[in-house]
Design a protein around this ligand. Structure first.
Ligand SMILES: [Zn+2]
Ligand SMILES: [Zn+2]
Ligand SMILES: [Zn+2]
Length: 664
C-alpha cells in the first residue's frame, strides 16, 4: 500500500490512539453479525484519522477522494454510487458536490483498505455490493479468522488483509453481468491477480469508457506491490493471473483507468501493455518452462475437431460445417486457475470461472456458436465452465443419464470433485444410445472406473474413430514398463469390475484415436489397450486378496450406505426428508435396521426402521427430520449420522451427512 500522511482527526494524538485502540469495537457492544445488522444499524465507530485532501473532480460526474484507497464517486443528479469506500470519510464530503443519497458501494476486492469504514456505511444503511467470489470474506470475515492457519504457513497468500469484522452484504457482483445505476451500466469483469476474487467495473462515464480496476494496475507499467501476487509458497500464479486479466481488460479498450492506488490515467493501453511485458519477462526467467495461461492455444486434431490440452483438463470443440460447436468438457483456463480458485472457494460455493479459448476458436477455427456441451464425467475440472456456457453462450447441456442428478443436485452426493453450482440438464443418454448432432453420429457408453459417473463418447470424425474417454486412461509416464495407465479414487464410487467394464466398451469400439480428459489425443493401439485390460483384471485379484470382506466392494466403496442428500438444508422450526440409501453387494438379500443420530432436540420419524435390500441391489429408507425453532444460531452447520445393523451385525454410525441451518 502507498503510505500517505494521515491527519489525526478529532485531536486524538498518536499516544492516545494506542491507549484507546479497540475501544470503538467494544463500545459497539455485541459482535456485529449479519443478523444483528439487519435489526438495527450499529453505531458509527469513533473516527481517529481522516485523509487530508478533499474530493477531486475527474469529469462532470466522476470524483475521486484519496483515502486509504482511492474512493470514486459516480454521480447521477443528487444520487451517487461509490466504487470502494476506504475509511468512509467520503460520506462527510458528498454534500459539497450536491449528493444527498448514496445508492450503493461497489467493492473491487475485499482488502481492509478498500472497505475498513464499512461500519460507517452500515450506520447510514448504505447497501454494500461485493465481488461474488469474495462474499465470504466480507460477510463471514470472523469465521475466516477462526480458520486461517498461521503456523506451518505455506498458503502465504495475503488474505491476512481481510476485514476483521463481518459486513452485511446487500448484493453480489457476478462476473460478466452488469450493475446499473441511473444512466450508467457497469460491466462486472473478472480481473483476478491482486486478489483471487478481484473484479473491474467497466462502463461509459461522461462520454468516456472507464475501467475501475481495483489494484490490477497502479500506473502505467506498475503494480502497487508484488506480494499480493503470490498465493502459495514460492509460486507466481498471481503474476500469471494479472497478465491474463490485463490482456482481457485491454481488449475492452478502456479510455480511462481508475485504479485503487495511484492516479487515474487516460489512454491506458500502452501502460497496460508495458506492465504485461515487464511481468512476462520476470515470469519467464523465474519459472522457465512454465507456460502463461494467456499463451494457451487450441489446435486442430482433424478438420472438424479442435483440442485445447493446456487448460486444466483437455476439452474438445467439435465444430460442424455450420460453425456450431459441441464441446466435450470445458474446465478452467489452466492448472493455475483451477488450483488457486479451488483453494479459495468457500465450503458452500463453487469455485470461480474465467472465460478462455473461445476467442481463439472464433478467430482461428470457424466457431460461430457453442450449441451443446457434454461432460465426459461429472468432475469440476471438466465442467467448471458449463454454467458460463449456458448463461452467456446459450449452450444446452447433454450428459449420460447417471450424471443428471449429480449435476442438477450437487448437494445430494459426497463424491470427489463435485461442482457446487447446480447445472440444469437438457438431454440425457442411456448406455449404448446413439444420436446424431449436425453431420456427426455418436454412441454413448457408460465408462465407470475413474468415477461411476463417466461416459465414453464414440464418434466418427473426419474418417477417424474417436473415443472421448474422459479420465479413463492416459499415456503412462516415461520409464513405465507399459504404455497406458488408469487411476483409482475410492471416493468416486468404484466397484471391483468398474475399470474393466469401461475398457471393454472402449476396446469393442476399436477406436483409432483416443481423446483423453488430460493431455493430447493419441493414436489408439489395440495391443496397448489390451495390456491395460489385463492389468485391470489383475487389479480385481488384488482387491479380492487384500479386502477382508468376502464381497470386496464393501471395502472399495465408502458410500455403500449413505445419506441423501449428503448436504441437507433446513430452516429451524422446519422439517425435511432424508433418505438412507444402501447398495447391497451380497449375493443374498440383506436385512438392514437403521436409526438416525441427531443433535439434541431434533426428531426423526420413524425413530428406527428396517428393510430387506435385495441381493446385488439397492434399497432406501425414508426419514423425516424436524429441527427445533430454538436452534442455536451459532451452529449453522452440523453433522448427522445413521446407526446401522446389517444381517444382525451391529456396524455402528457408518453413514453421515451435514445439515446447513438456513436462516428463518
Ligand atoms: Zn488491495
Ligand atoms: Zn476426473
Ligand atoms: Zn480430470
Amino acid at each position: 500500500m502507498e503510505k500517505r500522511r494521515r491527519s489525526s482527526g478529532h485531536g486524538v494524538g498518536r499516544r492516545d490512539f494506542f491507549r484507546t485502540a479497540g475501544a470503538g469495537l467494544v463500545a459497539s457492544g455485541l459482535p456485529l453479525t449479519a443478523d444483528s445488522a439487519a435489526s438495527a444499524p450499529p453505531p458509527a465507530p469513533s473516527v481517529r484519522f481522516a485523509p487530508s485532501g478533499g474530493l477531486l473532480r475527474i469529469s462532470a460526474n466522476l470524483y475521486l477522494l484519496r483515502d486509504t484507497c482511492n474512493v470514486y464517486v459516480l454521480k447521477d443528479r443528487d444520487h451517487a454510487v461509490l466504487v470502494d469506500f476506504g475509511s468512509g470519510h467520503v460520506l462527510t464530503l458528498l454534500g459539497s458536490i450536491g449528493v444527498s443519497k448514496v445508492d450503493a458501494i461497489l467493492h473491487t476486492h475485499h482488502h481492509r483498505d478498500q472497505a475498513q469504514g464499512h461500519l460507517r456505511a452500515a450506520a447510514e444503511r448504505i447497501p454494500i455490493h461485493v465481488p461474488a467470489h469474495e462474499r465470504h470474506l466480507f460477510e463471514d470475515a470472523e469465521n475466516f479468522w477462526r480458520n486461517r492457519r498461521v503456523f506451518h504457513l505455506y498458503r502465504v497468500c495475503n488474505d491476512f488483509f481481510t476485514l476483521t469484522r463481518n459486513v452485511r452484504v446487500a448484493g453480489v457482483l457476478r462476473d460478466y453481468e452488469s450493475f446499473r445505476f441511473g444512466p450508467y451500466e457497469l460491466l462486472i469483469y473478472p480481473t483476478p491477480g491482486h486478489t483471487l476474487g478481484s473484479i473491474s467495473l467497466v462502463g461509459t462515464v461522461d462520454g468516456r469508457k472507464v475501467a475501475f480496476s481495483g489494484d490490477l494496475i497502479h500506473s502505467p507499467g506498475k503494480v502497487v506491490n508484488l506480494y499480493e501476487l503470490q498465493y502459495d509458497y514460492g509460486d507466481a500464479a498471481g503474476v500469471d493471473f494479472a497478465i491474463f486479466s490485463l490482456t482481457r481488460l485491454r481488449e475492452l479498450k478502456p479510455e480511462l483507468v481508475c485504479p485503487s492506488h495511484g492516479e487515474p490515467f487516460a489512454d491506458p493501453d500502452a501502460g497496460m501493455a508495458q506492465l504485461v511485458d515487464r511481468m512476462k519477462g520476470w515470469y519467464e526467467s523465474y519459472s522457465p518452462g512454465s507456460r502463461l495461461t494467456v499463451e494457451n492455444r487450441p489446435f486442430a486434431v482433424t478438420p472438424h475437431l479442435v483440442c485445447s490440452h493446456q487448460t486444466t483438463s483437455s476439452f474438445y470443440a467439435l465444430i460442424s460445417d455450420s460453425g456450431k460447436a459441441l464441446f466435450v468438457d470445458y474446465g478452467s483456463a489452466s492448472g493455475n486457475y483451477f488450483n488457486q480458485f479451488n483453494a479459495a472457494a468457500p465450503v458452500d460455493e463453487r469455485m470461480r470461472f474465467v472465460e478462455h479459448t473461445i476467442p481463439e476458436l472464433r478467430a482461428r477455427h470457424g466457431l460461430r456458436s457453442v450449441e451443446v456441451a457434454m461432460p465426459s464425467h461429472m468432475h469440476d475440472d471438466h465442467l467448471n465452465g458449463f454454467p458460463h456456457l449456458v448463461r452467456h453462450h446459450g449452450a444446452k447441456i447433454w450428459c449420460f443419464e447417471n450424471m443428471v442428478d449429480v449435476l442438477q443436485k450437487p448437494r445430494g452426493h459426497n463424491l470427489g470433485c463435485i461442482l457446487a453450482e447446480p447445472i440444469r440438464v437438457d438431454r440425457s443418454f442411456r448406455h449404448g444410445e446413439r444420436f446424431r448432432w449436425e453431420e456427426f453420429e455418436f454412441t454413448v457408453m457408460h465408462s465407470p472406473g475413474h468415477t461411476e459417473y463417466q461416459m465414453a463418447l464414440l464418434a466418427e470424425i473426419d474418417g477417424a474413430r474417436v473415443a472421448f474417454t474422459g479420465d479413463a486412461l492416459f499415456p503412462a509416464a516415461a520409464g513405465a514398463p507399459y504404455q497406458l495407465r488408469h487411476n483409482l479414487i475410492y471416493r468416486n464410487w468404484v466397484e471391483n469390475d468398474s475399470h474393466l467394464r469401461s475398457m471393454k466398451a472402449i476396446l469393442d469400439y476399436q477406436p483409432t484415436l483416443v481423446a483423453p480428459g488430460h493431455g493430447k489425443p493419441f493414436l489408439a493401439n489395440q495391443a496397448d489397450l489390451q495390456e491395460l485390460q489385463e492389468r485391470l483384471t489383475k487389479q480385481q485379484d488384488y482387491f479380492r486378496s487384500v479386502i477382508a470382506d468376502r464381497d470386496c466392494d464393501f471395502g472399495l466403496n465408502p458410500s455403500w450406505a449413505r445419506l441423501y442428500p449428503y448436504q441437507l438444508e433446513v430452516t429451524p422450526g422446519g422439517s425435511t426428508a432424508l433418505e438412507l440409501r444402501v447398495r447391497n453387494y451380497r449375493t443374498a438379500p440383506m436385512r438392514v435396521e437403521a436409526a438416525l443420530v441427531l443433535p439434541p432436540g431434533w426428531k426423526a420419524q420413524p425413530e428406527t426402521a428396517s428393510l430387506t435390500v435385495p441381493a446385488k441391489g439397492d434399497g432406501a429408507f425414508a426419514f423425516t427430520i424436524t429441527v427445533p425453532a430454538s436452534w442455536d444460531g451459532t451452529k449453522p452447520r452440523v453433522a448427522v449420522a445413521a446407526d446401522l445393523v446389517a444381517d444382525g451385525e451391529y456396524l455402528g454410525e457408518i453413514a453421515e451427512g451435514v445439515v446447513d441451518l438456513a436462516r428463518g
